[in-house]
Every structure is written in structure tokens, then in C-alpha cells.
Design a protein around this ligand. Structure first.
Ligand code: ADP
Length: 360
């Protein structure tokens, strides 16, 4: 087990900066998820940690050792990729043993580690099969098994579930989480899927354009996104972002006090209600556009009075709203996220507003 420190790390491909200066400390046993849209530099950062990509500036420490010049094989890490990278002509057992044999590990020790990994991953009955005789989920487990038998200081996961179908992805996500909890191996996991990131991470690192936008527990990031980018990237359906003049045009009371420099308010779909709450609220007049039932709840799309702005509410059940009906929706003041659209940042960092949603 080990800590990983990423210090002022940059990567340029020729003149093109892919990673623009990242600092991050991963604690021993922690599972960190790097999340962000395609092209934000997640894989490049992970590959620099793995040694698969050179570092243009800064350095990476694994277990207190500067590994900038170390070969991938000498970094004491194991990587799990989306394409599994299994040897097709070898059995599962052969795939699990291969790296250990190459390192000259003793036979008894190889057998012990393979048996243990097979038990943890429940792939014992498949040890004599070839990869082509396995399902996608089973192959991914073998790929994880190959990482486990190495007993590395850290696991690095590069979108390991993106080749699996939706149901299997959810199942494997739970398995990876359980596995990491059991082994307590320091892990860095890359995904573009915000839901996968939310459910797996001890801490999220939200990246954008080669930089870190925010680091925190999934709940802290969800409850208090530091920027408009994070606000719109984390959460599904995404947070509604409403300019304050649009909000005021639809608001019958117009007495809302917001922090200085606020010109945009973020409202999660569950912070907007169709019935009047007991807590402080702003009443907004709106027109029903669409009701999308998604099972036990529905997404209600409404257009705010005085503008073309549509917002989405998550409402319980399948309420009977007619298209074009005029309704009031209630925005919970305590759940409003105030932003400045020029800086892209929150405007309540001093904490005098919305203090109820600060991370505990
Ligand atoms: P992500 O993993 O977040 O999708 P990447 O780390 O793959 O992003 O890429 C970050 C940026 O670096 C992108 O703009 C991408 O086009 C660029 N990039 C990645 N690999 C290379 C490469 N080998 N050569 C040139 N540009 C690259």
C-alpha cells in the first residue's frame, strides 16, 4: 500500500498542452476517481502515473519515491484497461500467472496468489478456460485478477467498464468497490461517467481542460459545486442554471437576496417543487412543456414565465399535468447555488448564503 503524490505535473504534446499543472495527494488505501469530459486530460494524467507517457514538467511520487525516471514495470503499480488486454492463447490461469512467472516468483507463491485472486473474484471454475470462452464481465474480472496477483502498491483503472453493457457495468462497479474496500489498495480510477464516479469514489477529482476544477467527496462536490462547470457536469438530470433576471421575471415576490456578483442561480431538479414547501422558497410561474415518466418518478420540463428558459424538476410518481398548463413551481432558497458567469465560480465562498448545504 502506498500514497501517491502528483506535484505540478504538466504534459504537452508538441505545442499542445494536455495537462496544464496538476497537484494531487492520494492517501494510502484511498480510491480516487478522475472524472471529466472526453479530452480533459484524465487518461494522460493516469498514463503519466503509470509510466506509459513521459512527464513534461513536475513529478510523480509513489510510496515516497520519485518515479519520473522509473519504467512502468518498476513502479509497483497494476493497470486495468477497458479492453482487458488478456492473452487470447493462454488460459485464465496462464493469464493470471504470466506476470508473476516473468518476475521469477516461486511456484508455491504463484499458486497461493492465483488461488486467492480466484476466490476473491469467484473465477475458480474458469481457470482452465480461454478468454474467448468467457463473457465480457468474466474477462474484466480476469483482468482485475491479473492486477490483484501482483499485490501492487496501487491500482490504476482506465475506464475499465466502458465496454460492458449498462446492467453489467452497474454490477461490476459494485464489485470493484467491494474489492477495493477489501484489499484497501490505493487506487486511481478514470471515467467520463459522472454516476460511476459518484458511486465509486472516496474522493472525486473533477477535471476540465487539463486542470482540476474541484476535489472532494462525491457528496461534498454534489452539495457544493465550486464552479458552473462542476455544477453542470455532476448530477443527473443536470443542475438547472438560471440567469437571475430570468428568475426575477418569473418570481412573483422578487425579494430574493443573493450574494454580491451573483448573476446565475443553480437549482437541482429536486430543489424545485410543485407543492409549496415549509422552508423559505421563491414562487415561479411556469408553463408545462413535457412530463417524462422514468419509473417511480418523473422529469417535469417547464418554461419559466417571461423567458424561453426551460427548467427540469424531478417529481414523485406520474402527476397529471396537461401540456401548456400554467403552474407555480417552488424553488427552495436553501438549495440555491449562486454563481458568477464571468468567473464561473460560486459567489458564496464566504459561506453566508446556503450554509445548510456545506459539506459536513
Ligand atoms: P481524456 O482521457 O480526458 O479523454 P486525454 O488525456 O486522452 O483526455 O487527452 C487530453 C488531450 O490530449 C486531448 O486534447 C487529446 O486530443 C490530446 N492527446 C492525447 N493523447 C495525445 C497524443 N498521443 N498526441 C497528441 N495529443 C494527444
Amino acid at each position: 500500500m502506498a500514497t501517491i503524490n502528483i506535484i505540478d505535473v504538466k504534459k504537452n504534446y508538441g505545442a499542445v498542452p494536455a495537462v496544464k499543472g496538476i497537484n494531487l495527494s492520494v492517501a494510502d488505501g484511498e480510491l480516487i476517481v478522475l472524472v471529466g469530459p472526453s479530452g480533459c486530460g484524465k487518461s494522460t494524467l493516469l498514463r503519466m502515473i503509470a509510466g506509459l507517457e513521459t512527464i513534461s514538467e513536475g513529478h510523480v511520487e509513489i510510496a515516497g519515491r520519485n518515479v519520473n525516471k522509473a519504467e512502468p514495470a518498476d513502479r509497483d503499480i497494476a493497470m486495468v484497461f477497458q479492453n482487458y488486454a488478456l492473452y487470447p492463447h493462454m488460459t485464465v490461469r496462464g493469464n493470471l500467472e504470466y506476470g508473476l512467472k516473468n518476475r521469477g516468483t516461486e511456484r508455491a507463491e504463484i499458486n497461493r496468489r492465483v488461488a486467492e485472486a480466484a476466490e476473491i473474484l469467484e473465477i475458480g471454475p474458469m481457470l482452465d478456460r480461454k478468454p474467448r470462452e468467457l463473457s465480457g464481465g468474466q474477462r474484466q474480472r480476469v483482468a482485475m485478477g491479473r492486477a490483484i496477483v501482483r499485490e501492487p502498491a496501487a491500482f490504476l483503472f482506465d475506464e475499465p467498464l466502458s465496454n460492458l453493457d449498462a446492467k453489467l457495468r452497474v454490477q461490476m462497479r459494485v464489485e470493484i468497490r467491494r474489492l477495493q474496500r477489501r484489499l484497501r489498495t490505493t487506487s486511481i480510477y478514470v471515467t467520463h461517467d459522472q454516476l460511476e464516479a459518484m458511486t465509486l469514489a472516496d474522493r472525486l477529482v473533477v477535471m476540465n481542460g487539463g486542470l482540476v476544477e474541484q476535489v472532494g467527496t462525491p457528496v461534498a462536490v454534489y452539495d457544493r459545486p465550486a464552479s458552473l462547470f462542476v455544477a453542470s457536469f455532476i448530477g443527473s438530470p443536470p443542475m438547472n442554471l438560471v440567469p437571475i433576471d430570468v428568475l426575477r421575471a418569473a418570481d412573483s415576490a422578487s425579494a430574493l437576496a443573493l450574494p454580491a456578483d451573483t448573476d446565475m442561480v443553480g437549482l437541482r431538479p429536486d430543489a424545485l417543487l410543485v407543492t409549496k414547501p415549509v422552508e423559505p422558497f421563491v414562487r415561479l410561474n411556469a408553463t408545462v412543456e413535457l412530463l417524462e415518466p422514468i419509473g417511480g418518478e418523473s422529469h417535469l420540463h417547464v418554461r419559466l414565465r417571461g423567458s424561453q428558459q426551460t427548467v427540469v424538476l424531478t417529481v414523485p410518481g406520474r402527476p397529471d399535468f396537461a401540456e401548456n398548463a400554467n403552474i407555480d413551481v417552488f424553488a427552495r432558497v436553501g438549495a440555491m447555488h449562486p454563481f458568477n458567469s464571468d468567473t464561473g465560480k460560486r459567489t458564496d465562498d464566504s459561506g453566508f448564503f446556503n450554509s445548510s448545504s456545506r459539506p459536513r
